[in-house]
Write a protein that binds this ligand. Sequence first.
Ligand code: KIV
Ligand code: ZN
Length: 385
Amino acid sequence: MRKIYVFDTTLRDGEQSPGVNLNTREKLEIAYQLEKLGVDRMEAGFPAASPGDLASVNAVARAMKNLTVIGLSRARETDIDAVKEALQGAADPCIHLFLATSPIHRQHKLRMDKNQVLETAQASIRYAKKYFSKVEFSLEDAGRTEYDFLAEMVGMAVREGANVINIPDTVGYLYPSEYGAIFKFLKETVPDIDRVQLSTHCHNDLGMATANALAAIQNGADQIEGTINGIGERAGNTALEEVAMALETRSEFFGAKTSLVLSEISRTSRLVSKLTGMVVPGNKAIVGANAFAHESGIHQDGMLKDKTTYEIMTPETIGLKESKLVLGKHSGRHAFRDNLKELGYDLSETELNAAFARFKDLADKKKEVSDEDILALIEDKLIDT
Ligand code: KIV
Ligand code: ZN
């Protein structure tokens, strides 16, 4: 099985979610949990952004003993110096340089031509290499960059000694087959490409971040970048838990896995949601409250007979106790009887029929029928008869 390295950027790109601001104590708490989750690399922040972020990155860098801590930097010396300061005391420091390469960014944002972009990037890698043995270089908006310029930039970064080269779909624009094709093209055309690791970094503007990351893995990416719960700029980043579980559940298809401790996924998701204030939608894949909940009678009946009928992975794998059979208007007798048994009632067939009819009446009026509702319904009935 090929190992896919996990680069977590919850503390950097994740913190860029509008409305999110993590202080040093909160960053540290998340960092310790990410360490338990087993991420290989952790981007702790953007030190040049503010003195507070520089201090937080430094606290995380000093605290993490068994993983690589990364600081983000634009392709300029002052930013690189800030990362150098922030990563003092790190067991395994790495700098993450980025510069935009697409025509839109070159023309409207950087106001640079291709040569200026190439030379600026080259100078920044050279400068960073004086202080860091590990350098990642990102071609921001690679997804909308011309193929020949991508190859030129990646070739330069390989020659300058970058260790990881990241190909972001910064604006979440590409379709999986298009994104995968870029990795295939780079692997086939750039000399000595195997000297570096290729990385995927996707945004979710069209809801394709996970599919795009998986397409990149299929086409030779060695590393995935993403965040817990998929938080991040605009519609967010690739949700790491989704990629890890897709690789786990379909390992025969992908032939690749992360080394995440999957049973820590649920706990990590809850902590990130609590500290960032970003609520996880109920129907969110893997970590949403409904991801392992079943409401309809047909599904509940299947689940009670054999869980593989409606679950492709077990809740225990991600650290949850069990699946939930939620009682609502679509639920059937089988799940109702099962629920009653758990509550300590073993009713006769006639009692069950009467109780089930009362339950259906109630379920028509409520979205979800709780254990307390069932108890009230049964006890009323017992008093009536
Ligand atoms: O989305 C992006 O391109 C980024 C870069 C800084 C890697 O976050
Ligand atoms: Zn990003």
